[in-house]
Design a protein around this ligand. Sequence first.
Ligand code: BES
Ligand code: MN
Ligand code: MN
Length: 462
Amino acid sequence: MKSAKPYIEKNKERFVDELVELLKIPSISADSTYKKDVLKTAEAVKKQLKKAGCDTVEICETPGYPIVYGEKLIDKKLPTILVYGHYDVQPPDPLDLWESPPFEPVIKKTKLHPEGAIFARGSCDDKGQMYMHVKALEYMTETDQLPCNVKFMIEGEEEVGSSSLEWFVSKNREKLANDVILISDTGMIAKDVPSITTGLRGLSYVEVEVTGPNRDLHSGLYGGAVANPINILTKMIASLHDENNHITIPGFYDDVENLSNEERMKMAEAPFNLENYEESIGINSVYGEKGYSTNERNSIRPTLDVNGIWGGYIGEGAKTVIASKASAKISMRLVPNQDWKKITELFKNHFESIAPKGVRVKVKPHHGGQAYVTPIDSLGYKAAEKAYEATFGKTPIPQRSGGSIPIVSLFEKELKSKTILMGFGLDSDAIHSPNEHFGVWNYLKGIETIPQFYHFFTEMSK
Ligand code: BES
Ligand code: MN
Ligand code: MN
């Protein structure tokens, strides 16, 4: 495979313009107000996949948002790569913290992106990274170098739990048959430190509600004599961690696989600067489970975090009231071997059991998914390693990420294939936050590296 560099150099303005067009459509899967836009984005992805060289592209209807499926099958005897990505994005809130509107992409220079970065919701997660694959396909078909078969499956519900994809995969095992799955929806350590994500955490997401009196009460007349749901909820939540920041739910750690000292030492070799880390997010000290480093806490250890909490009066001024209800949304990040359904059950039983008399507690499970780890001696990993070596001139570092793409473990179960996670975003790209951006350099480097993966994977499969 020839270097894609000259082709990219010639076409880079168009590559950026096309992504900008895609980013203008607010495909927010969580908010039904944007339904038309989500559907419009699927159509736009379909059109671009066709243009880039897919022989067939279809919009596959599901009980939820459609899946865009495309393929170019050149020879049954050659390997097949299945590319997965998502065209939906997170809600942009809080809007007032954006320096430019989330769906009016602008290119600005930053310290880490002196070549410019595209600021828009979805620029990195995942429209920008997904679109690298579309442009890589364009390069390979335009220059007659596509070395193997390729299938694309781009979904519109990743940010809300991929439930339709689960349904789709179980119904289309044959159509989706492949030799390796390729995803760019993660990050890398730094622009000069390429890395391949070898693990993702699982997830259990729940909502809890504490109910006390049958109506909001005057906090003077009743205060002190009845359980205040907000006081109780916060107390219950606080009790979920002990003084060492271990999670106190009985059985929570039972299935956690402990890494060997050797594996932990290997992990510690990855470049990491604690001061820069603290400075980049404006904290004066890190915080977490005793006995583990920051990089371990955010990747190989399970966690429990409140994502949102509400109840009572939050308007202007003061209102003296004991609210009838208080609620919270809680996520638990899980590690390999922990079963998300079992953890959800453990949480539910424990949380209900610690409720004092005087309140009622409801636990409503949301979505979840299993963690994923991939070995570094697989064909796919080796091919990815060679691809990075070809375009970065460096061997990438294997790194387990703290984020979740629950569908990846399901792919392994249903399609029996390994996933290779070639991410090109940086942690500082602010995914899910205001001012999300994606470096133009990263975007083009991804387009350059992906065809090399196709090449090495096909060669090594022989
Ligand atoms: N692309 C992210 C996951 C990610 C980002 C993994 C960076 C590793 C590094 C994905 O879109 C995402 O946000 N996933 C959710 C879970 C999902 C079920 C809503 C997450 O991790 O919170
Ligand atoms: Mn994503
Ligand atoms: Mn995301």
